[in-house]
Ligand binder design. Structure first.
Ligand SMILES: Nc1ncnc2c1ncn2[C@@H]1O[C@H](COP(=O)(O)OP(=O)(O)OP(=O)(O)O)[C@@H](O)[C@H]1O
Ligand SMILES: [Mg+2]
Length: 422
């Protein structure tokens, strides 16, 4: 704690050198930016580490209003817990955007829903919101049905009066028709409950090699001399769904990148089955080119006409305007969907996915979960999303302190076995 009283400087590459107070030291210590010196350039930090430094930087400014846009993405479980504690005890006001249902349940007192350009405020946490929303929608649906019935009744009456007025010219009938028309015009119309459109993700996969991935005594040492892992052994068989977990900065993303480029390892051997076709989802969307338009990105992935590319992108919920814009303008979730779209076109049978649910909304995560369940092929996926892992994987491999440990069973079994991970 003595260190907490001192002031430090955190020099992070292109960022300013700034004084860092007790909050930051606590943040950095608590969220253990493991294995990294304070002077490590930001571009070399892992996805989670970058988020932690950004959060620490925010917190030292101690603003009255904290605006957090998906701060939990990339964070490991202990870091998420710390974030939950930070938000819950923050003296100012916090507005947080998140798709993590657990986190929202823990920290929020109100939920604001932005849908179809309209903001609706619900008191309570996420569960309260979900229940209240379902109730409101049910009520709205019933009111809509009742009002539609009433409208049909009035419209039929108007037609009747108009018919009578045309047969026997009678002012009274005309007045009655007009009065009812006015009634209709003045009526507060109840909107039909609209269901959010879901993306379509058709990724069937196919049967390839039996032994899909084999790692033997794999070591990776960076140019700066740091060994991130060594002696890694792992075999993946056709059809397996394996979750690769471990704390932020453990080297998970580095390990996946070695599978794409087995020559890049420092020692040992990586074998990929000869009839395995890899589909890779990059954690920070490095595989997307910000300057390309969405249509170009699709047409460069598969030889399809412009019309086919447009129809295909439509399944991933893009508007025609967005399809013609550069990828650089897309939101995080839109980038994630584009990576998934490209994976579909690549027709892989070995999916190597690095945190695919980050940024995705809950509907899209559900679609991804369903697709992975049906996928004929092998899935190796990194994620910190407890819900997703529980649904998708049946074997967990943990990378920690440069070593791999195996756990048979789903993510809940893994949590139960590892005291510190829960
Ligand atoms: N070229 C490099 N030179 C030196 N260090 C590097 C290099 N590339 C990555 N690192 C370091 O390797 C560590 C592991 O990074 P990696 O991105 O694999 O973490 P991760 O386990 O995927 O974490 P997260 O859950 O946060 O995504 C980090 O500390 C990172 O700074
Ligand atoms: Mg990573």
């Amino acid at each position: 704690m003595k260190a907490c009283r001192k002031w430090y400087t955190l020099a992070v590459n292109e960022w300013h050198i700034m004084p860092v107070n007790r909050w930051c030291i606590l943040a950095v210590n608590h969220w253990h930016i493991i294995g990294c010196k304070m002077t490590t350039p930001a571009k070399l930090l892992s996805g989670g580490q970058k988020k932690l430094v950004m959060l620490a930087r925010l917190v030292v400014q101690n603003p009255q209003l904290l605006l957090l846009d998906e701060p939990d993405n990339h964070l490991d479980l202990p870091a998420k817990r710390n974030l939950e504690r930070l938000i819950a005890s923050y003296p100012g006001c916090v507005v947080i955007i998140s798709h993590d249902r657990y986190l929202l349940d823990e920290v929020t007192s109100h939920i604001a829903e932005l849908e179809n350009g309209r903001l609706t405020l619900y008191p309570g946490n996420y569960t309260a919101y979900a229940n209240e929303r379902a109730l409101r929608r049910l009520r709205q649906q019933q009111m809509y049905a009742a009002q539609q019935k009433e409208i049909s009744r009035i419209e039929a009456a108007i037609k009747r009066f108009e018919l009578w007025a045309s047969v026997v010219v009678n002012e009274r009938h005309i007045r009655q028709a007009r009065a009812r028309q006015k009634m209709l015009d003045r009526m507060d119309k109840v909107e039909k409950v609209s269901e959010a459109r879901r993306m379509t993700l058709e990724m069937a996969g196919w049967r390839g090699s039996n032994k899909v991935i084999e790692l033997e005594k794999v070591r990776k040492t960076f140019e700066n001399g740091r060994t991130i892992f060594s002696g890694l052994n792992l075999t993946l068989w056709h059809g397996e769904r394996v979750g690769l977990v471990g704390p932020n900065g453990a080297g998970k993303s580095v390990l996946l990148k070695q599978l794409l480029d087995p020559e890049a390892i420092s020692d040992g051997q990586i074998k990929i089955g000869p009839s395995s076709k890899i589909g890779y989802y990059a954690q920070e969307h490095e595989t997307l080119d910000d300057d390309q338009t969405l249509i170009d990105a699709i047409r460069l992935t598969a030889p399809v006409s412009r019309e086919t590319a447009v129809a295909f992108l439509h399944k991933f919920l893009y508007t025609y305007d967005q399809m013609q814009q550069p990828i650089g303008k897309l939101s995080g979730g839109e980038r994630s969907r584009l990576q998934l779209a490209r994976l579909v076109l690549e027709k892989p049978n070995l999916l190597i996915l690095d945190e695919p649910t980050n940024n995705l909304d809950i509907h899209s995560i559900e679609v991804l979960e369903e697709t992975l369940e049906e996928f004929v092929g092998t899935v190796l996926v990194i994620s910190h999303d407890r819900y997703f892992l529980d649904k998708v994987v049946d074997r967990v491999v943990e990378l920690r302190n440069g070593r791999l440990a195996e756990f048979i069973g789903g993510y809940t079994d893994y949590l139960a076995e590892t005291a510190d991970a829960g």
